[in-house]
Design a protein around this ligand. Sequence first.
Ligand SMILES: NC(=O)c1ccc[n+]([C@@H]2O[C@H](COP(=O)([O-])OP(=O)(O)OC[C@H]3O[C@@H](n4cnc5c(N)ncnc54)[C@H](O)[C@@H]3O)[C@@H](O)[C@H]2O)c1
Length: 260
Amino acid sequence: MDFAGKVALVTGSSGIGAAAAVRLASGGASVLVCGIDPAANAALDRLASERGLALRTRLTDVSDEAEVEAAVAECAELGGGIDIVVNSAAVHPYGTVVTTAAADWARCMAVNVGSIYLTGRFAIPHMIRRGGGAIVNVSSVQGHNCQPNVAAYVATKGAIHALTRAMALDHAGDKVRVNSVSPGSVRTPILSLAARTYGGEGVSEEEAFARFGAAHPLGRIGEPEEVAEMIAYLASDKAGFVTGADFLIDGGLHAGLAVR
Ligand SMILES: NC(=O)c1ccc[n+]([C@@H]2O[C@H](COP(=O)([O-])OP(=O)(O)OC[C@H]3O[C@@H](n4cnc5c(N)ncnc54)[C@H](O)[C@@H]3O)[C@@H](O)[C@H]2O)c1
């Protein structure tokens, strides 16, 4: 996919966000990545400089309106506008509605869903001035079906599916396409958190990942670069007739029933 001359804003500077940013920049895009984790930002900046990519990070809390407004303005300066937004930043609190603190619930909504509202609010006018654009929201299989004990997280992932449709319809006439991807288990820091939470005493991360992978019909977890390829397709002009849709990338997880 050719992204020469395109300008992209990506949220989340590790895992899938980092892989998507590298994929877009490798295709020729100028990319600004908004991340809240200084270490992840520094690692991605190092990688970009080693590979000679037009990619840099910006320390940003994507749930903060003023910070997102400033980030979008900075991104637009990279190339006179914005063509692509990839919303990958998320937090993943564990808990039921009874055990999730109100502050954690609100934070999860603000980061996982609010950031999509904010990047859209400030970036879509730039896209309209360019004659169109593409937004890819990273949801999850958990927006379709869910595990126990992740009430806030799954609520945000279902909301992302609904918001994706709403944004797609509202801006189809502007030629701004909006889609989402719903990954199964993918090797990233969020999955490391799942391994620590559910892996069990004395179980290594790789052993926990192997167990998660075995639950997927393809028998393994996914890699962030695999999700980045799907994001790149949806962000590219090749997906010109695709909008308002969600795409599973889950190793067959949703094709089956857990009852055997
Ligand atoms: N890894 C998986 O198994 C999996 C499965 C389904 C969906 N997802 C989704 O993929 C997306 C990316 O997650 P990942 O797996 O790459 O994990 P990750 O933890 O590497 O990525 C999430 C990123 O969001 C950043 N972030 C959190 N709060 C932020 C804020 N307020 N401002 C800016 N950045 C913030 C984190 O610092 C982190 O870099 C998320 O939306 C996640 O829900 C992941």
